[in-house]
Design a protein around this ligand. Structure first.
Ligand SMILES: [Zn+2]
Length: 95
């Protein structure tokens, strides 16, 4: 039986991982450290070269790579949204 329309939800953080990796001809932009949710039809990002998320705050497009990035996986959008909101709220309050 299929659940959640086969989608998986990833909570990622908009952060700068590789300071020496920057787009050609553009200034390196710092991540804004906001947490966001990306839905994917893949339940495992390990073998994928390139899944791009969108940061709603600063419009960067962080690549979701499990090897270099901390990712949280959720089966439902609600739980992903709740976790994301919790992380963002906690950091604003200085935990
Ligand atoms: Zn951002």
């Amino acid at each position: 039986m299929e659940k959640n329309n086969g989608r998986t939800y990833w909570v990622f953080r908009c952060e700068t991982l590789h300071p020496n990796q920057r787009p050609l001809g553009r200034k390196m932009s710092e991540g804004c450290n906001t947490w966001g949710v990306k839905s994917s039809k893949y339940s495992d990002l390990g073998g994928l070269a390139d899944v791009q998320a969108n940061c709603k705050v600063c419009s960067r497009k962080p690549r979701l790579q499990p090897k270099t990035r901390l990712l949280y996986r959720f089966d439902t959008k609600d739980s992903a949204d709740a976790f994301c909101h919790q992380m963002n709220t906690q950091e604003k309050e200085g935990f």
